[in-house]
Design a binder for this molecule. Structure first.
Ligand code: ZN
Length: 686
């Protein structure tokens, strides 16, 4: 591993500046620590408001990420106040949190890391704590202690596994004083600590120790087969895709029993080597690479066992049975170790490994499922290295339980803001580049849904996706170029959605065209185009979505954007009114046929939404104005004045109606028309 320290960059920086710099160096190296993991500190003289000098421990606060560290992410603790804790024999987590809070020198500072005491008790200025893959490969090893002695001698102190917190801090603090020549400590089943008199020294020691371990495993790899060699062959990409499309709806349903999840699929060379290997299955069941990982990945993944080792013989019922069995195993583990007042966490696995196929991970959104995958990839790297030397070993069950059901960490998770109405849902909006489609997409996303925006124009789709994802991409938006009139195009779009998110929950069938002409002058091609987009288009989208929704057995929600013309057609608007009526009848059929599967279908009937509308282009406006015998410039005014409330209808109004129908607020409504027209008595549903 390369030492990236640059004296040029740190010139003129104070200790806190150097701490931020080295934290970023460490955080941006995934082989040192994964998202949110690891912590760093420095001790420096600072002056308070009364100009009194104090030694302040600046230690990473919880909830921030090293690679994006900023000075304010480090909690300032008065070292003199923290040190007396070292004399204590014991301290519960709650006491520790309260104690540390009382040592903060700044109001509003982030809560200090759970490992803050450790940073205080080690009498060096700068300290780094990481969960480096190569170090975990040394410690999570049946032969770990001997291997550590061989690689690091007296340079690193071996610390047997203790749950992070007061006792670990006390143990490390005591050992440092016994071995003053050590450069750091290696924590069994947990990670590495290095220290130094300055940032550069501590950081360089981390890199030095990790590199030494890396080199060792590299040299072993030349002579030994990783993970016992392959036992299964990967499916060809096309077969793999078919496999996923067949299985994902069932997997998603199984994993969503507690709360809906989104799935992501991963299959790089390292993952495939692992899932196809002889020893991957056994190794994966030993436990996490470091306690930190467990809160995201759970204790163990589910390693699917196909009949005869052949993934082609896997069926959906077989897969779901194995998922249920994994949940049962979690239940037994929970019952064995539970303490009073505990509640069982979601027992379903977050990581599913399938020989010949790859890895599926779950989360409340794609980002979380992605983090789970990233973490498990590190677990794979560790298990692979260990297999070159010995047998992978992790925490005993009771210790693992202690961490997985750690009240302090669970409390941290409970601090996250409440979920929005459409969180954990995947919504597909057609015709999303137009004004109404845009407003709907934005509204659904603001309520927490993963939105898939589709339209015919690839440039518009691309620009809209970029615009939506600009705010950091939560929840991530997917863009698809699709022609609703093409069976192939619609089918491919739905496949893409399911492969990307693991399923689909909401469809807003919105794409449409308007054509104006009296029936006697209506050309066949214009009639056919109206029917193709406004009738067939909705049919194709609904049909393909229904196929996945019904297989998924998680209900579903289809919203058709129809028109006031369905109930009250306007003169010269034949092709439009008639084709949209077919859409309305389609909605009713979808509602009738799919109610028993918990799938709802409803309509939103807007009228006269002009602003930014693709439907109301120059020609349509002109022709429509002519039909009513008014000037084109007066058209909006005309529409406004004909409704009961005398108001303009906007795309946002339509989006609000869609949100109501897409959410549980309307859980008992299906086959309904919701008008958004300012009140038109001739278009009252009857
Ligand atoms: Zn740690």
């Amino acid at each position: 591993m390369r030492n990236k320290w640059s004296d040029g960059v740190t010139k003129g920086m104070d200790r806190l500046g150097e701490l931020v710099y080295r934290s970023r160096l460490i955080g941006s190296e995934p082989k040192l620590c994964v998202w949110g993991g690891g912590n760093t500190s420095t001790k420096q003289l600072e002056h308070d408001l009364r100009s009194r000098g104090r030694i302040i421990l600046r230690v990473k606060g919880s909830g921030s990420d090293l690679k994006a560290a900023r000075p304010q992410d480090f909690s300032p603790l008065d070292l003199e106040s923290v040190i007396p804790a070292f004399k204590r024999k014991a301290m519960t987590d709650e006491e520790m949190v309260e104690y540390l809070a009382s040592c903060l020198t700044q109001t509003g500072a982030p809560r200090p890391s759970i490992e803050a005491l450790l940073h205080a008790f080690v009498p060096y200025a700068d300290i780094d704590h990481t969960h480096a893959d190569a170090i975990l490969s040394v410690t999570n090893n049946a032969d770990g202690r001997r291997l550590a002695r061989r690689l690091f001698g007296g340079e690193l102190i071996w610390v047997p596994y203790v749950k992070p917190g007061f006792l670990l801090a006390k143990l490390v603090g005591t050992q440092v004083r016994r071995f003053p020549n050590a450069k750091g400590a290696i924590l069994e089943n947990h990670g590495l600590i290095t220290w130094g008199e300055c940032s550069k020294e501590s950081y360089s020691r981390t890199i030095e120790m990790v590199t030494r371990a890396e080199e060792f495993f590299k040299s072993r790899a030349r002579r030994h087969k990783a993970l016992g060699g392959p036992a299964t062959r990967s499916l060809a990409p096309a077969a793999r895709e078919e496999f996923l499309l067949k299985m994902l709806p069932d997997i998603r349903r199984s994993l969503s029993r507690r709360r809906p999840v989104v799935l992501t699929f991963h299959a790089n060379a390292a993952i495939l080597e692992f899932v196809n290997s002889r020893r991957g299955a056994e190794s994966s069941q030993a436990g996490p690479a470091t306690p930190d990982h467990m809160l995201r990945t759970k204790r163990v993944p589910l390693f699917i066992r196909p009949p005869g080792g052949d993934p082609r013989r896997l069926t959906a019922p077989l897969l779901t049975r194995q998922i249920e069995a994994a949940a049962q195993r979690h239940l037994r583990y929970y019952q064995k170790f539970r303490k009073a007042g505990m509640e069982m966490l979601d027992p379903y696995p977050r990581v599913i490994l399938i020989p010949g196929v790859g890895m599926i991970t779950s989360g409340k959104d794609r980002r979380e499922a992605g983090i789970v995958a990233e973490i498990y990839e590190h677990s794979i790297a560790v298990q692979r290295s260990v297999s070159l030397v010995s047998r992978y070993r992790s925490l005993p069950l009771a210790k693992a339980f202690e961490v997985e059901y750690w009240p302090l960490e669970l409390y941290k998770l409970s601090l996250s803001p409440p979920e929005k109405a459409l969180a954990r849902h995947v919504a597909f909006v057609t015709g999303a580049a137009g004004a109404i489609g845009r407003a709907i997409s934005e509204r659904l996303r603001a309520e927490g849904a993963h939105v898939v925006v589709s339209d015919m124009d690839s440039k518009k789709v691309g620009a809209f996706v970029t615009e939506l994802n600009r705010d950091g991409g939560r929840p991530e938006v997917l863009g698809i170029v699709m022609d609703v009139t093409s069976e192939k195009s619609v089918r491919e779009a739905l496949r893409k959605i399911v492969l990307h998110f693991g399923g689909i929950d909401i469809v807003v069938s919105n794409a449409g065209v308007a054509h104006i002409s009296p029936i006697d002058e209506l050309e066949l091609k214009d009639w056919e185009k109206s029917m193709a987009v406004n009738a067939t288009g909705h049919f194709l989208v609904a049909r393909e979505a229904l196929r996945f929704m019904r297989k998924q057995e998680m209900g579903g929600n289809i919203i058709f954007i129809t028109t006031k013309n369905v109930l009250s057609p306007g003169k010269d608007f034949g092709a439009y009114s008639i084709s949209k009526s077919a859409e309305a009848q389609l909605c009713r059929m979808v509602a009738i046929e799919n109610g028993e599967f918990g799938i709802r279908a409803n309509m939103v009937n807007p009228d006269g939404v002009f602003e930014g509308s693709g439907l109301w282009n120059e020609r349509v406006r002109r022709d429509r104005a002519r039909s009513y015998g008014i000037r084109a410039g007066r058209l909006e005014e005309f529409y406004k004045n004909r409704n009961l409330l005398k108001i303009r209808v906007t795309a946002q109004d339509v989006a609000n109606a869609v949100l109501f129908l897409a959410s549980d607020q309307s859980a008992k409504t299906s086959g309904c028309i919701l008008t958004v027209d300012g009140g038109l008595k001739e278009a009252f549903p009857r």
